[in-house]
Design a protein around this ligand. Structure first.
Ligand code: NAG
Ligand code: NAG
Ligand code: NAG
Ligand code: NAG
Length: 398
C-alpha cells in the first residue's frame, strides 16, 4: 500500500483510517495501544474515529461525520415509565423501533437507540425447544434483553446510523456539545411533526433532538404510514437485521430443511377469551381457536401446499404433539428438531422468534395466522386488528 505523504507531516489524526490501521500494524503492540489511547481522547478526532473506536466500521458511517447530529426517543422502546412486564410483544416493539429509525433517516440523524428491549413474560414461555417436557408455566427468567443480542447494530447502521444508548455514547455526544459551546444544542420536543423538525431551524440546528414519543406506543408517531410515501423502511427491515449468530443458525436450519413450506400458528397469546355478563365466552377472533387446530389447518392449506412437502411449523402452542395429526400429509419440522443448533445460542423467545421468522421468510409457500396484506395466505379469515368487537367463538364448520 502506498503511504500518503501526510504521514511524515505528523498530522496523524487526519489520516484516513485504513492508513492509520496500516501504520498501527507496522509498529509494536505497546506503542499502538498508547497511540490509540491518545487518539481516542483527543479533541481533534473526527466522529468517524470515535465510531470506529465504539466498534463501527468507518465505511458504514457517513462522510459528513463532523456534522453528525443525533435523535433520541428514550431509553426503552414503547414502555415509557412502565415496567417491561406491561409491554407488548416483539412485533409491536419493532413497529415502534422502525418508526424511530424512519424519523432518523428522514432527519439525517444518528438514532441513539435503546440498549435494551423489554421482554414481556407472556411472550417468553419456555418449552419450544424441549417440547417433550414443556409446561406452560416455565418462563425464561428475564424482563429484558440486550438490543445487541437481537439485532446486528452494524448492519442496521448501513441503512440508518445508530448508536446504543449507553454511557460511552453520551460521553461522546456531551463532549461534542461542550466543544460547540452554544445554547440550544439539545432541544426537547413532544408532539412536533418530523417535517417541522426538519424545516424549523430551531430544531434542525440542534446537536441532539430529544423527543418524548407517544406514551401509548412509539409507532403512534408514524400514524401517516397509510400514506405509502411516508414509509421509508419495509416491514421486513428489522427481521432481516437479526444478529449474525441468529442469521447463521437460521441458515443452517434452512439448509437442512431443503425445499420447504411454512406456517405460523399463533394460538396462546391471541386466544384470549373472556366471559360477558351472561357468562358466555367471547373472543376478539372468534374463528381463531378452530382455524388453528390441525384438522382445520389441514383442510385450509391443502390447496396451497401439496402432500409430502416438508412443513415447518412455528407456533406458540405448547401442548406436546398438538400438530402431530398433520404428519399424515406432511413431513413436519419444528424448532425443536434443531435443538442442537438452537440450544447453545437461544436465551429468550424473542431470539427464537427471530430465527423462526427468517425460516418462514425462506419458505417456498408461507401461510400466516391472519392476513395482514392483500397477497398474504392465512389460516384464519378473522380481521387481525380487532380490539372492540367481542364475539362468541365458533367451533363448527361454517
Ligand atoms: C424434564 O422434567 C423433569 C422433571 O421436572 C426434569 O427432571 C428433567 O430434567 C426435564 N428434562 C428436560 C430435558 O428438560
Ligand atoms: C425559534 O425560536 C425563537 C425563540 O423561541 C422564536 O422567536 C422564533 O420564531 C423561532 N423560529 C422559528 C423558525 O420558528
Ligand atoms: C429527554 O427529555 C426527557 C423529558 O423531558 C427527560 O426526562 C430526559 O432526561 C431527556 N434526555 C436527555 C438525554 O436529554
Ligand atoms: C421433528 O420432530 C418430530 C418429533 O418431535 C418428528 O416427528 C419429525 O419427524 C421431526 N422432523 C424432522 C424433519 O426431522
Amino acid at each position: 500500500m502506498a503511504i500518503h505523504p501526510r504521514i511524515t507531516g505528523g498530522r496523524r489524526q487526519q489520516l484516513p483510517l485504513p492508513l492509520k490501521r496500516a501504520l498501527l500494524a507496522a509498529i509494536t503492540v505497546a506503542t499502538a495501544l498508547s497511540i490509540l489511547c491518545i487518539l481516542s481522547f483527543t479533541d481533534t478526532l473526527t466522529f468517524t474515529d470515535t465510531l470506529s473506536f465504539l466498534g463501527f466500521r468507518p465505511r458504514d458511517v457517513d462522510k459528513r461525520d463532523g456534522n453528525r447530529r443525533y435523535l433520541y426517543w428514550g431509553s426503552r422502546v414503547d414502555c415509557p415509565g412502565k415496567h417491561c412486564g406491561s409491554c407488548a410483544g416483539l412485533g409491536h416493539q419493532e413497529s415502534s423501533l422502525r418508526c424511530a429509525l424512519e424519523e432518523a433517516l428522514f432527519l439525517d440523524r444518528v438514532l441513539v437507540m435503546p440498549a435494551k428491549m423489554c421482554l414481556n413474560s407472556v411472550h417468553n414461555t419456555k418449552g419450544v425447544l424441549q417440547s417433550s417436557n414443556a409446561t406452560s408455566q416455565q418462563r425464561w427468567e428475564t424482563g429484558s434483553c440486550a438490543m445487541e443480542s437481537l439485532y446486528d447494530i452494524d448492519l442496521i447502521s448501513r441503512t440508518v446510523p445508530v448508536i446504543l444508548d449507553n454511557p460511552r455514547s453520551w460521553y461522546e455526544i456531551i463532549s461534542r456539545s461542550t466543544k460547540l459551546g452554544e445554547d440550544g444544542l439539545v432541544v426537547h420536543v413532544r408532539g412536533v411533526s418530523r417535517a417541522e423538525l426538519k424545516q424549523n431551524s430551531n430544531y434542525s440546528g440542534a446537536l441532539l433532538i430529544n423527543r418524548t414519543a407517544s406514551p401509548l406506543a412509539w409507532f403512534m408517531e408514524c400514524k401517516d404510514r397509510t400514506k405509502r410515501s411516508s414509509v421509508m423502511l419495509p416491514y421486513t427491515f428489522l427481521p432481516t437485521m437479526a444478529t449474525r449468530k441468529l442469521r447463521d443458525a437460521a441458515n443452517k436450519m434452512k439448509e437442512i430443511l431443503g425445499d420447504y413450506d411454512a406456517i405460523h400458528v399463533r394460538r396462546g397469546d391471541l386466544l384470549k377469551n373472556r366471559k360477558d355478563r351472561f357468562g358466555v365466552e367471547r373472543s376478539l377472533h372468534p374463528h381463531l381457536d378452530r382455524d388453528t387446530r390441525p384438522e382445520f389447518i389441514k383442510k385450509r392449506i391443502a390447496k396451497w401446499i401439496r402432500p409430502g412437502r416438508t412443513l415447518f411449523i412455528a407456533s406458540n402452542e405448547r401442548t406436546p404433539g398438538f400438530f402431530s395429526s398433520l404428519s399424515d400429509k406432511y413431513r413436519l419440522a419444528y424448532s425443536s428438531n434443531f435443538s442442537s443448533i438452537l440450544n447453545p445460542i437461544i436465551e429468550n423467545n424473542y431470539q427464537l422468534f427471530m430465527v423462526e421468522r427468517l425460516i418462514m421468510q425462506g419458505a417456498r409457500t408461507f401461510v400466516k395466522t391472519m392476513k395482514e396484506f392483500d397477497k398474504d395466505l392465512a389460516l384464519c379469515d378473522d380481521p387481525k386488528k380487532n380490539t372492540k368487537d367481542w364475539q362468541e367463538p365458533v367451533y363448527t364448520d361454517d
